[in-house]
Ligand binder design. Structure first.
Ligand code: PMP
Length: 422
């Protein structure tokens, strides 16, 4: 192989060692010494570019958004709206006006449940979620169904652990008002067939909400290609700041949605006494109160960072690391992988004779940060017949070293809790 070919192959691959240098905490923080951070599905670390964008806002262009008539306030507003534009391009939205900044994915889903679905829901109607939803994409729908005498339908999993859409004939029925599913499961890591699901739902005039919290960091999101009606995610799982998320909604649905939070910045005309008030048009209607400018700037910087790494390369890197880890974990005695083979970025597992919390604690003592518990997905764990799993999740700064440390830690845990008395 010539040096030029080798170079071009290397250029095609992400270099996690170099990537890690972009993350001050992973590079320099005393608590990160010897750390193998494999809890990226919970939250990711922040590159310098994101930290700089936030601090630059405060240092250079901070002011009230949509409220000031002087140059500093106008500059701050321009940054906020530029961030919306960046996010719109990131997800292929037809216009930035379809994007609402929220506090999180959780808030965004609650907004759609309370502001769009609740006012239209009638007794006997159905909202569908899947068996593998995070509580954030389950509880808001459960509550409005309870309030309205509607039914919360559950798309079950087939024998291979995938959404059993064919086995759910009522999914696209006339009483269905909305379908809410995750793009990627936060427990199992597999990608759901969003495109065909949305196509069939659209043919039946049923809106689909896609929870992209676990796909946004490593899959390319394109709302037009997916064909979804609502899409949500949080910045903190894609190397952006905590405290800001996004709701995308197609024009018709955003226009129909009622705001849940009322206050400054979302109203055109306030009625006197009991007289009705008239809300603003567009995303402002859903962004009552003072907008989170540093959050939005950091969010946009995270997009810039991911684009700079090249999202295709990010995907390939995370995918390859997951494959390697799955193979190594699968070879450990007593270890049961719950994630299907094509899972990406997330691997859930149990080990015979060892509680997942013990696994996570022993791993933690060896510098390997993994998560244990029900992962806010109790309906799925009930179905799997277990109370907890251990979960390793991968990001752009992880490498083979992290996988080796994980395998060694789990191997050590297996020795602390041997299946056979020695
Ligand atoms: N959906 C999924 C699939 C998730 O994994 C999470 C976070 N664990 C959420 C929604 C909620 O995200 P946030 O806590 O940022 O609102």
């Amino acid at each position: 192989m010539t040096a030029a070919v080798q170079n071009s192959m290397a250029a095609d691959r992400l270099d996690p060692v170099q990537v890690k240098r972009d993350f001050p905490l992973l590079r320099d923080a005393p608590l990160a010494r010897g750390l193998h951070y494999l809890d990226n599905a919970a939250t990711t670390h922040k590159p310098q570019a994101v930290i700089d964008a936030i601090s630059d806002c405060y240092a250079q262009a901070y002011g009230p958004i949509h409220r000031g008539l002087y140059p500093l306030a106008e500059a701050a507003t321009a940054r906020y709206e530029q961030s919306r534009q960046t996010l719109a391009e990131f997800i292929g939205a037809e216009s930035p006006d379809r994007l609402v900044f929220t506090r999180s994915a959780t808030e965004a889903i609650n907004m759609v449940a309370g502001g769009w679905a609740l006012p239209r829901l009638q007794p006997g109607d159905r909202i569908w979620v899947s068996r593998m939803e995070h509580h954030a994409n389950y509880l808001p729908w459960q509550r409005i169904c309870q309030q309205r005498g509607a039914e919360l339908g559950i798309i079950e999993l087939d024998e291979d652990g995938r959404l059993d859409i064919a086995g759910t004939p009522e999914l696209f029925g006339s009483r269905t008002r909305l379908i809410a599913v995750c793009h990627v499961s936060n427990v199992l890591g597999m990608e759901n067939p969003i495109q065909p699901l949305c196509a069939e739902a659209r043919a039946n005039a049923i809106p689909v909400l896609v929870d992209a919290a676990q796909s946004v960091a490593h899959l390319t999101l394109d709302v037009a290609a997916l064909g979804c009606d609502f899409l949500t995610f949080s910045a903190h799982k894609m190397y952006g700041p905590t405290g800001i998320g996004l709701l995308y909604a197609r024009e018709q649905y955003l226009a129909e949605m009622q705001p849940l939070l009322l206050g400054g910045g979302m109203v055109d005309e306030v009625g006197e006494g009991n007289a009705p008030s008239r809300w603003s048009d567009g995303p402002a209607r859903f962004e009552a109160g003072s907008p989170n400018l540093p959050g939005a700037a950091g969010f946009a910087a995270a997009v810039g960072y991911l684009d700079g790494l090249d999202r295709e390369r990010v995907h390939r890197h995370v995918e390859a690391l997951t494959r390697v880890a799955a193979m190594s974990l699968g070879a450990l005695p007593g270890l049961r992988l719950l994630s299907p083979p094509e899972s990406s970025a997330i691997l859930s597992f149990t080990m015979e004779g060892v509680h997942p919390h013990d696994l996570a604690q022993i791993a933690g003592e060896r510098g390997v940060a993994i998560r244990a518990g029900h992962h806010c997905a109790q309906p799925l764990l009930r179905h799997l017949g277990i109370v907890a799993t251990a979960r390793a999740s991968f990001g752009v700064y992880n490498d083979q070293d992290d996988v080796n440390a994980l395998v060694a830690a789990l191997d050590a845990a297996g020795r602390v809790f041997p299946l056979e008395p020695s």
